[in-house]
Structure formats: C-alpha cells, structure tokens
Unconditional design. Structure first.
Length: 113
C-alpha cells in the first residue's frame, strides 16, 4: 500500500514561514512527478508547485518567489518551503504523486493577519 504522509502545517503570522514535508512509502517516488496542491474554504483545489524526477519545477503565479519545492530521493521526501506567507495562503495542503495518482491526507496551514 502506497502512502503519502504530510507534516509541517500549522498556524503562523503573516510574513512568517513554514516548511511542509511529504514522505512517500514504497517504490513510487524516484520516477514520479511530485506536487503540492491546496484547497482553501469554498475554493477549488489548485496546484501550488510540482517537481519532476529530474528536479524541474513549476509554480502557481501566486506563490512564485515565495515558495520553493524540493525533493530528496534518498529519503523519498518532497518539501515545500513557504516564505512570506499571507492570509490568502490559508488552506489544506495536499501532497500528490502523479504516477498512480496518490494523495496524502492533507495538512492545514493557517496564516493570521
């Protein structure tokens, strides 16, 4: 059974930082495109950032220059470093593995003004 387990969410003041982690079990990780999505209350799920097995990245316009996605294939883990957070970043953040379409359980990020 493949599992994606997120951690690192929490409550932070505007302007602060958080780092999310997503640990993947099994052998799905190294060849997989990994992504972070988020869903705010009353809004659709949106792609925040993604990273290929080779390290190429793409970001939503709203987070460019503030968020950084990275991966450590030796640890089967993908990270999302989030800086200069603002209240509009408040959402549940989900880790996703493209091959197999696996999702994590989500981690709440709340940014207070």
């Amino acid at each position: 059974q493949v599992q994606l387990v997120e951690s690192g969410g929490g409550l932070v003041q505007a302007g602060g930082s958080l780092r999310l982690s997503c640990a993947a079990s099994g052998s799905i990780f190294s060849d997989n495109v990994m992504g972070w999505y988020r869903q705010a209350p009353g809004k659709q799920l949106e792609l925040v950032a993604a990273i290929t097995s080779g390290g190429s990245t793409n970001y939503a316009d709203s987070v460019k220059g503030r968020f950084t996605i990275s991966r450590d294939n030796t640890k089967n883990t993908v990270y999302l470093q989030m800086n200069r957070l603002n209240p509009e970043d408040t959402a549940v953040y989900y880790c996703h593995a493209d091959i197999g379409d696996y999702w994590g359980q989500g981690t709440q990020v709340t940014v207070s003004s």
